[in-house]
Write a protein that binds this ligand. Structure first.
Ligand SMILES: *[C@@H]1O[C@H](CO)[C@@H](O)[C@H](O)[C@H]1NC(C)=O
Ligand SMILES: *[C@@H]1O[C@H](CO)[C@@H](O)[C@H](O)[C@H]1NC(C)=O
Ligand SMILES: *[C@@H]1O[C@H](CO)[C@@H](O)[C@H](O)[C@H]1NC(C)=O
Ligand SMILES: *[C@@H]1O[C@H](CO)[C@@H](O)[C@H](O)[C@H]1NC(C)=O
Ligand SMILES: *[C@@H]1O[C@H](CO)[C@@H](O)[C@H](O)[C@H]1NC(C)=O
Length: 345
């Protein structure tokens, strides 16, 4: 056993002596392969570098022979990635990329309102070509909108090309007696469809009831519909609480239910009051009593500070509460200054 090892070692030494030094494994060149690849080479043996697919060789020699010195010559070979054609611009869209070199992938996206016809990404291949055709961005269009039942398409033009562009709007109107539920305007979306269609529903309102001490007028028809109107009024001394005109709304209800309220008789004979920002004589302004809802401000005296302030009183359905601070003077007490003539506090 020992003799065999000794024999192999001596024959190795002999080999080195007769054939010169062996070359080591050659230096790595990025993205290149060496053929043949071994751990050592005899002098005179040849190796060839070649760039891997997708890479091109630049400055440098590719073929080497192991010299007697056993040292490979310096190698300046470089393998650089192939570059695919410029693809950095996509009309109405954007390209996301780092470089156009092998083996990178670039990504495409279209602006809102456009869709991609083609692949959303492309890879630079070994041949230095894109794996797929560069896509294009095509404007999104919607088909002609459908019209809801009992509605008409209003304000819609430019059906020239039988389709509508992204963002286009169409406006619907319901037939008379029909009320719209939903948005009257639809828009062509980025998905090429329209936003939700509204609905038109027939809406009836009950006949409005006559208010006590008043009357109501409405169209002499079998049925009252959406948008029909009714008007209210009150008898002689009564005042309307609510609007004069009401409308049948889309929920089958009237917009308001006015009633008639009694006027107020005034217990005060003589007073200067504020009414709608003006000083008026109560007994003249409200000869026929105050109407429901009328509001006045009475003047009161602050005895300590010798000044005047006001307190409100309102006629509510036949009742008005005169402020307690208000003092009515007898017409004989002419020497007393009325609160309304005292400087305000
Ligand atoms: C999308 O691209 C394909 C192939 O390039 C083409 O045949 C087709 O007509 C395009 N579609 C539109 C809507 O342009
Ligand atoms: C428009 O669309 C309608 C229905 O989709 C179709 O019948 C008609 O041929 C189209 N007209 C044009 C000019 O494309
Ligand atoms: C109806 O839709 C339009 C756009 O489509 C929007 O601007 C508007 O605010 C919507 N109206 C209502 C009442 O939701
Ligand atoms: C429009 O199309 C998109 C995508 O297909 C879908 O999510 C959406 O629900 C559609 N909208 C309507 C109103 O049909
Ligand atoms: C009508 O209005 C009344 C009071 O405002 C309400 O209680 C009722 O539910 C409404 N009816 C309908 C049909 O909306």
């Amino acid at each position: 056993m020992i003799s065999l090892g000794l024999f192999l070692f001596s024959s190795f030494l002999c080999h080195v002596a007769t054939a010169g030094r062996t070359c080591p494994k050659p230096d790595d060149v990025p993205f290149a392969t060496v053929v043949p690849l071994k751990t050592f080479y005899d002098p005179g043996e040849q190796i060839v570098y070649s760039c891997r697919p997708g890479y091109t060789a630049r400055n440098g020699i590719r073929r080497f022979t192991c010299p007697l010195t056993g040292l490979w010559p310096a190698n300046s070979l470089r393998c650089t990635p192939k570059i695919c054609p410029f693809a950095g611009i996509l009309e109405n869209g954007a390209v996301r990329y780092t470089t156009f070199e092998y083996p990178n992938t670039i990504h495409f996206a279209c602006n809102t309102g456009f869709y991609l016809n083609g692949s959303s990404s492309a890879q630079c291949t070994e041949e230095g070509k894109w794996s797929v055709d560069i896509p294009v961005c095509i404007p999104v269009t919607c088909p002609p909108p459908s019209v809801p039942k009992f509605a008409t398409l209003n304000d819609f033009k430019s059906l020239t090309k039988n389709h509508s562009l992204y963002g286009k709007k169409a406006v619907f109107e319901c037939l008379p007696h029909y009320a719209m539920f939903g948005n009257d305007t639809i828009t062509c979306t980025e998905h090429g469809n329209w936003t939700k269609l509204p609905e038109c529903k027939e809406v009836k309102c009950p006949f409005p009831s006559r208010p006590d001490n008043g009357f109501v007028n409405y169209p002499a028809k079998q049925t009252l519909y959406y948008k029909d109107k009714a008007t209210y009024g009150c008898h002689d001394t009564y005042g309307l609480d609510g609007p004069e005109e009401v409308e049948c709304n889309k929920f089958g209800n009237w917009s308001a239910q006015p009633s008639c309220k009694a006027s107020c008789k005034l217990s005060v004979k003589k007073a200067t009051v504020l009414y709608q920002g003006e000083r008026v004589k109560l007994q003249e302004k409200f000869k026929d009593g105050m109407r429901h809802g009328d509001k006045v401000s009475f003047y009161c005296k602050n005895k300590e500070k010798k000044c005047s302030y006001t307190e409100d009183a309102q006629c509510i359905d036949g009742t008005i509460e005169i402020p307690k601070c208000f003092k009515e003077h007898s017409s004989l007490a002419f020497w007393k200054t009325d609160a309304s003539d005292v400087k305000p506090c």
